[in-house]
Design a binder for this molecule. Structure first.
Ligand code: ADP
Length: 475
């Protein structure tokens, strides 16, 4: 019990933990990767724009020999500086000759922006950062005349539009991922709750059956693997219930069967003990009756042991047994009994068929069927045992023209202790177990048995038994 609940808690924990881990990873990826990619795309486009703007300004002043405020202003008057927040042109020392900014115009002052300083050393420079809700980008290039640095061009852009687009994207992604996380968490809670509820109900059913309530069943809901397990469990309990009721019935029948001869022995011994003046002949008769009852007891116990061995499933390894010689032995044993009862015992086993069983099993099948056919016969009757091969099966037919079996009893005669006429069976020394032993043995060897009416009013038993070894049959 403790183990089961620990397993359940850890199962629930595992499910929730894996869901949370997956959600965290997905949320993290959703909130970083697309933003990083978009930011990178903006940086690239800024770079291209600014470099081309700087180049355009540079190209406009590149033809000048020396840069002055006037000639730079003239040269740049026609140049369009769209998409740029500020453009500066300096002399080689960093003194501003031209500045597009109106408020805080730096003309005449020295500026030392890093990129510009780099440009005045002869190298192009560029940067772009995203800071406080805006993209700040700058690019600078040296202005050359005959390979001499005569000044620098510096362009700068302050962009809040793309930054706000990026900010909107970030907010949307965050809202979507929160929504998805909440949905997945809610679904996982519902799912794991349902799963534990179904586990609980299966567990309750298992516990009930363990306590002996064989009518308990697991509730089947849904169509998943869990439903399959619950279905399998229910089938298992069905079988268990059937086996248990058969076992109870068997024990009660067996004790009843054993009780009858025991009660008779008890009665006979009491009579002998109480009657001190009993005559010798009567006494001998009583003792002989006791002997007969004891023999009956021993027959019943022998048959019960045989059935128990069959039930336990411990079977000898079968092999291919020639049926002819076994039938001969059975006939040798039963011929005197048949003669005594005035019954003709005939056999027909021409093409030497075989069966896959043990010799003891085949003997038992033939003996029990033939013995019954003699037992439930009448003077002048016959018993015919035929063994024939039909493709992969050997068919054993035992027919007689005796008292026969009523149609409604034909299926039931294989049940343990079932007898059509109890008194007659008892008088004939029957135990009611002979046909059960035959039918259990036949089905253990993969065969089938049935009873029907004989051609002349008696009974006919037909047994089909495989006669090819499994490998032979498959080949
Ligand atoms: P039993 O020990 O009573 O013979 P079986 O299991 O061998 O027990 O047979 C069960 C019952 O089937 C018998 O009691 C009998 O009523 C009936 N039966 C079996 N074989 C025949 C037969 N050849 N003809 C008529 N009745 C039969």
């Amino acid at each position: 019990m403790a183990t089961i609940s620990r397993v359940r808690i850890s199962l629930q924990l595992k499910i929730s933990a894996s869901y949370i881990a997956i959600i965290l990873i997905v949320v993290l990826l959703m909130n970083t990767y697309p933003l990083l990619v978009s930011q990178d795309l903006v940086f690239r486009s800024k770079r291209t724009n600014l470099i081309s703007s700087a180049s355009a300004l540079n190209a406009a002043v590149a033809g000048l020999e020396e840069l002055t405020e006037e000639n730079v202003s003239q040269a740049l008057a026609a140049v369009e500086s769209e998409g740029i927040s500020r453009a500066i042109v300096t002399d080689p020392y960093g003194k501003v000759l031209y500045d597009t900014r109106e408020a805080g115009n730096a003309a005449g002052h020295y500026v030392f922006y890093n990129e510009l300083v780099e440009a005045l050393r002869g190298n192009s420079a560029m940067y772009s950062v995203y800071k406080e809700g805006a993209f700040h980008s700058a690019a600078a290039q040296p202005v050359l005349h005959r390979n001499q640095i005569i000044g620098g061009v510096y362009v700068y852009e302050f962009d809040t539009r793309q930054a706000s687009l990026l900010e909107t994207l970030r907010n949307n992604l965050l809202s979507i991922s929160i929504g998805v996380a909440v949905l997945v968490l809610a679904m996982s809670t519902v799912f794991s709750h349902q799963l534990t509820q179904r586990l609980d109900s299966l567990q309750a059913a298992i516990r009930g059956v363990r306590e002996g309530a064989y009518n308990q069943r697991a509730i089947l809901t849904g169509h998943d693997e869990f439903t399959q397990i619950a279905g399998e469990f229910n089938d298992l309990v069905d079988r268990l219930q059937k086996t248990e009721s058969a076992r109870r019935q068997f024990v009660s029948d067996a004790s009843h069967e054993l009780k009858t001869p025991l009660a008779a022995i008890r009665l006979l011994t009491d009579s002998i003990l109480q009657n001190e003046t009993m005559e010798g002949d009567t006494l001998r008769e009583f003792v002989s009756d006791i002997g007969q009852e004891a023999e009956r007891l021993s027959r019943i116990t022998e048959d019960l042991l045989r059935l128990t061995r069959l039930d336990s499933g411990v079977a000898e390894i079968p092999s291919r047994i020639e049926a002819g010689p076994v039938l001969e032995r059975v006939v040798r044993m039963l011929r005197p009994v048949a003669e005594e009862k005035g019954v003709d015992l005939l056999t027909n086993c021409s093409n030497a068929p075989a069966v896959i069983a043990t010799e003891g099993e085949l003997y038992q099948i033939l003996y029990n069927l033939a013995e019954n056919a003699i037992k439930y016969n009448r003077r002048g009757g016959y018993v015919l045992v035929r063994i024939e091969r039909e493709e992969e099966v050997t068919v054993i037919t035992v027919e007689d023209n005796g008292i026969g079996i009523p149609d409604e009893d034909q299926a039931r005669v294989f049940e343990r202790f079932y007898r059509v006429d109890k008194a007659r069976s008892r008088a004939a020394g029957g135990t009611g177990l002979g046909l059960s032993i035959v039918s259990d043995t036949v089905s253990r060897r993969g065969g089938a048995i049935r009873a029907e009416n004989g051609p002349e009013g008696g009974a006919r038993f037909i047994v089909n038994l495989p006669c090819l070894e499994r490998e032979e049959a498959e080949a």
